[in-house]
Design a protein around this ligand. Sequence first.
Ligand code: PBG
Length: 328
Amino acid sequence: MLSRPRRNRSSAAVRNLVRETELTAGHLVQPIFLMPDAGARLPIPSLPGTYRLGIDEVLREIEDCRKVGLASFMMFPAVPEEHKDKTGTYATSEENFYLHAARAIKDRFPDVCLISDAALDPYSSDGHDGVVIDGKIHNDESLKLLDAMAVAQARAGFDVIGPSDMMDGRVGSIRRALDSEGLTDTGIMAYTAKYASAFYGPFRDALDSAPRQLADVPSDKKTYQMDPANAREALREGALDAAEGADFLMVKPALNYLDIIWRLHDAHSLPIAAYHVSGECAMLLAAADKGWLDYEQAATEALLSIRRAGADVIISYFAKDFARWNAK
Ligand code: PBG
């Protein structure tokens, strides 16, 4: 036998020499769920270990994350029902606690990368990412609301806007809106290939943002999020987002969509982000809780696999734990 692949696996030293994929805390983004009450710390039953936090707790959390090398955060607002309406007016309100929180975080930690979520759903009384008009998600009316939301977020200090709504043309529309306000340094992380997935359940629990069951409103997101059966369509979305000025292309979810991550990585020179979503993390946590999987080993393998598939950036609820394990 001339060729014996096992020779390069024979010691930790040689395994390190031939390791093809590096994964560090620097590649990871920690999602944070924000609540209006400054001192709040509310568990999410379907996502153990992740909390909805008030700003005081968020600042503490970010400080902890900084100590283990995590510097990027994606923020989501848990908006109280009384602030929700059809057009998500609260998204751009002076009172919006999410915008205030971004300011407070950037004041205290100017060096962190703060990524927003730009979509109507946390603010929408219909639970949709776009505005519902006559029983339909109206694409171009939604763009106007998203543009205003993105400008408000950029002004509040977000470094990168994360349009997660899947409306057509939103990256270009937001780019133009930001530029016309002089916000040329604010980036856009486009949710390029966001699938109509069953794995967003715990996230929607956290924000109470599931599509509502109403007579005249669709109760799923299939008219805007992608069909899990489609891969070539992701390339089409990627080409549009790149042409419209996106700074990152994202695939979401991650583990069931490693082929999509690879295809976009292969087709584009833009950085590829992958969102390891709430349901993907929850199922691993549930198995670990039963003693069926080892949390640290399984989570590390999951993150490494997403990176190996071609993700430059991984957004994961495991980010802080991974950073902690590797800082020891
Ligand atoms: C909504 C949004 C969702 C997620 C991120 N942004 C849910 C949805 O589209 O219904 C899901 C993230 C996760 O499950 O962790 N714009």
